[in-house]
Design a protein around this ligand. Structure first.
Ligand SMILES: [Zn+2]
Length: 305
């Protein structure tokens, strides 16, 4: 392994999770390590549920498997493969496509596609931190979105908002959001969810950004000034666009990919822990069905220009 920030190597991964038993043990420790509490009746005592690591409440007899109530719920293949997908998604610098996963693991591409989206779901920002300090805020369009309404085909531009937090000469954190349109309402929604109120924001001098002045310290960038006041966000924007094109030719479910990009970027300095961090999120997150996954915000078929 090269580079300043080492992530868990493949050999380390295989040593830690050589079989299903080790994965189940890990999940059991994450779920009940501190103390067992029955999900149904809050009782604290349990006995074996009959299957490995399954627990049964001694009061109401409720049985819970290690994967129940997590994003590993009803996983259609071996837990070792599921853990390995989390490992690959979290440690590959640019992520990994479902086609590549399918080839590597000999699992159907559609199955990989769905499970990978569950991993991306776990990467969603919890919006507990929020950007602060000196920020840049920008939006851009991504090709055209094809919408069919009552037999008529319409093309709508796909709008993405991006906010970056500056530190020194670089960017320390970023978030991206797939907005329905460019209205000031959508901008406000994004800012409210991802930016702390005392921040100083530089944004384009466009009418939809104007209402931000009422609640935030806003500086409108000069369009034709010599010095580019929004250079960092523009650079970030082009790498995000390039990544989206390379990874997801037909980017359906755009918000997932924006989450993935932001998650990885914001944890660039904690590469060693990133796999554990994501596994933990998978355990803490409530299960998602196929229907939940495809009805997630931003679900519309998108074609690049
Ligand atoms: Zn119980």
């Amino acid at each position: 392994m090269e580079g300043k920030f080492k992530s868990l190597s493949l050999a380390d991964f295989q040593k830690r999770f050589p079989d299903v038993e080790s994965c189940k043990k890990y999940l059991a420790e994450k779920k009940w390590g501190k103390a067992y509490k029955c999900r149904r009746c809050n009782h604290h005592h349990y006995c074996s549920g009959g299957k490995p690591y399954m627990r049964q409440c001694t009061s109401c007899r409720y049985k819970e498997s290690v994967t129940a109530n997590t994003l590993f719920h009803k996983v259609k293949f071996s837990l070792v493969h599921a853990f390995f997908i989390v490992y690959l998604v979290s440690t590959n610098k640019k992520g990994i496509s479902s086609t590549e996963l399918s080839r590597k693991l000999q699992i159907q591409q559609k199955t990989c596609w769905l499970f990978r989206l569950k991993v991306l779901q776990a990467m969603e920002s919890k919006q507990t931190v929020g950007l602060e300090g000196n920020l840049e805020l920008l939006d851009f369009t991504l090709g055209k979105l094809k919408i069919e309404k009552k037999g008529k085909v319409e093309y709508v531009k796909k709008r993405v908002f991006i906010a970056i937090e500056k530190k020194g000469k670089g960017v320390s954190h970023m978030y991206a959001y797939y907005g329905k349109d460019k209205s000031s309402l959508e901008i406000k929604k994004f800012v409210k969810n991802y930016i702390r109120s005392k921040s100083r924001i530089i944004c384009p001098n466009w009418s939809s950004y104007k209402p931000l002045r009422l609640e935030y310290d806003v500086l409108f960038s000069k369009k034709h000034g010599k010095k580019n006041q929004m250079g960092l966000s523009k650079r970030m924007l082009s790498s995000l666009k390039a990544w989206l094109r390379g990874m997801h030719g037909h980017a359906e479910l755009l918000q997932y990919y924006l989450n993935e990009y932001s998650y990885r970027f914001n944890r660039n300095r904690m590469r060693e822990e990133i796999f554990d961090h994501l596994l933990n999120r998978m355990v803490e997150h409530k299960p998602r069905t196929y229907k939940d996954i495809v009805s997630y915000h931003g679900n519309q078929t998108f074609n690049w220009n």
